[in-house]
Design a protein around this ligand. Structure first.
Ligand SMILES: Nc1ncnc2c1ncn2[C@@H]1O[C@H](COP(=O)(O)OP(=O)(O)O)[C@@H](O)[C@H]1O
Ligand SMILES: [Mg+2]
Length: 468
């Protein structure tokens, strides 16, 4: 029996079948038979789903690919790099390496790709810890509940859509509405100790612009940027999203409060769409195969608080709403699994209100758990007045509204300009949480705290204090 344990199957075969012709060890290696688009097909390969393989090129170099599916004798792989130099019949060798990278605080200020290699042309860091790319999942019941606000340094969000430590929020916007500027502001102004920025599927030029203009040296110094531009293969874009999450987990596990900014979740979904369709999944809404809708929660669920006493990952995922369409399947799917959404409106941006946060359309579902009752009430009052003003706007603009007809409308008109000023914030000007809440309270005057009905009380006009 002990012999059985100590010997390998091959040795045992040799021992018990001495007369047989030389026993050949099982061949796990395969051959390349077909490449269609980004899908590589190999036969003879014995590898499991998700396993890394190396395709050996004629020049001796190797191209890495990952097993993404199989059917009958065929194994489907997707490349991580671009497919130059592939030849029919090339060897496909399964690798048994665990994918990982070294990490430490030296990662701060660095720009890396989805494989954890530097993109900024600087030498590789040493790193005292080894981080496997596979996530270490936290038991959801052990997670610390969301109980404290996270100061993101943006007044409208701090005061009216407060984000909690460990919350996951969607930032919904069309292109050119100010997502990058807003993410840059948060990176520079937040109280979170570490910011991890995932730049997924943007044009290469945008990646550079974001780093140079939106982050700047000050923002970059406290962040780790994981970038995978649009011309990377889809698998690399997925990897980069996962690696950004993994880096955030690494710092969270070391007790840090991390802000994870992922721009964009839509491009992540699109990368998975490319892979799903290429491996024969059926397309559903807008061509997205079912796997996309399971991949999104898998990524998003990794953010959040750690065990009690540990750090946190507060995550903001941008979701592109093409033509400002909030019914997009990805927008729909993410809204359901996130703990809130901030909507940037093109109309407000066009009116010159930056950040163009549409307060009425946005919501932070954890806000009631992380702010004072007064702040919550004032924020609700703010929303109510905005809505009132919008509803009565036409009447007001044609002069058909007479003052005094409705006290709430009167207050909405009186505070309209100050509320707009309150939301506006130049991209270079930080505001902290205390300043934001004080400004909100100031907006409604000292009586604002106790009353949603302040306006209803005759003879007590609210002082108009600007929110800045
Ligand atoms: N806070 C702001 N203050 C002034 N201008 C802004 C602000 N935010 C955005 N903008 C303007 O909007 C443009 C587009 O913003 P950007 O963040 O690049 O959009 P997106 O990332 O959504 O495509 C910027 O170039 C800038 O002119
Ligand atoms: Mg952008």
């Amino acid at each position: 029996m002990t012999d059985f344990i100590r010997t390998t199957p091959l040795q045992r075969m040799q021992k018990y079948n001495p007369t047989r012709a030389p026993v050949i060890a099982p061949v796990a290696e395969g051959r390349l038979v077909r490449v269609v688009g980004m899908t590589i097909e190999a036969v003879g390969l014995q590898a499991s789903l998700g396993q890394q393989c190396a395709i050996v090129l004629d020049n001796g170099k190797r191209l890495e690919a990952e097993v993404v599916g199989f059917a009958d004798q065929k194994v489907y792989l997707m490349p991580i790099q671009n497919l130059d130099g592939l030849r029919q019949g090339a060897r496909v060798v399964p690798l048994n390496e665990q994918m990982g990278m070294r990490a430490s605080d030296e990662l701060l200020g660095r720009i890396i790709n989805g494989l954890g290699e530097p993109l900024d042309g600087l030498p590789k860091w040493a790193g005292e810890d080894r981080v496997q790319f596979t996530p270490n999942l936290i038991n959801p019941l052990k997670r610390h509940p969301i109980a404290e606000p996270l100061d993101v340094g943006v007044r409208a969000i701090n005061a009216l859509l407060t984000i909690g430590r460990g919350q996951r929020v969607g930032l919904f916007a069309g292109s050119g509405v100010g997502k990058s500027v807003l993410l840059g502001m948060m990176t520079r102004f937040t109280e979170a100790e570490i910011v991890v920025v995932g730049l997924i599927g943007e044009r290469g030029r945008e990646v550079k612009e974001f780093i140079d203009h939106n982050l700047g040296p000050e923002g970059l110094a406290r962040s780790v940027v994981v970038a995978s531009p649009a011309d990377d293969p889809p698998l690399m874009r997925l990897r980069a999203s996962q690696l950004a999450t993994r880096v955030a987990e690494y710092y969270r596990d070391r007790g840090k409060n991390v802000l994870l900014l992922m721009d964009s979740l839509t491009r992540y979904a699109q990368a998975q769409r490319e892979i799903g369709l290429a491996t024969g999944e059926p397309p559903t809404t807008k061509g997205y195969p079912p796997s996309v809708f399971s991949k999104i929660p898998q990524l998003v669920e990794r953010a959040g608080n750690g065990d009690k006493g540990g750090g946190s990952i507060t995550a903001i995922y941008t979701v592109l709403t093409e033509g400002d369409d909030l019914q997009d399947p990805i927008a729909d799917a993410t809204r359901a699994i996130l703990d809130g959404h901030i909507v940037l409106s093109r109309r407000l941006a066009e009116e010159g209100q930056y950040p163009a946060v549409d307060i009425e359309a946005s919501i932070s579902r954890v806000m009631p758990a992380v702010v004072s009752a007064e702040q919550l009430q004032q924020a609700q009052r703010f929303k109510q007045l905005l809505a009132k003003y919008r509803q009565s706007k036409d009447l007001i603009s044609i002069g058909a509204y007479s003052q005094g007809a409705d006290p709430v409308t009167d207050q909405a008109i009186a505070l309209q300009a100050s509320m707009r000023d309150f939301v506006c914030q130049p991209m270079t000007q930080p505001t902290n949480f205390t300043e934001a809440t004080a400004a909100l309270a100031g907006l409604f005057g000292s009586a604002g705290a106790n009353t949603a009905g302040a306006a209803a009380r005759p003879g007590k006009p609210s002082p108009l204090k600007a929110g800045r």
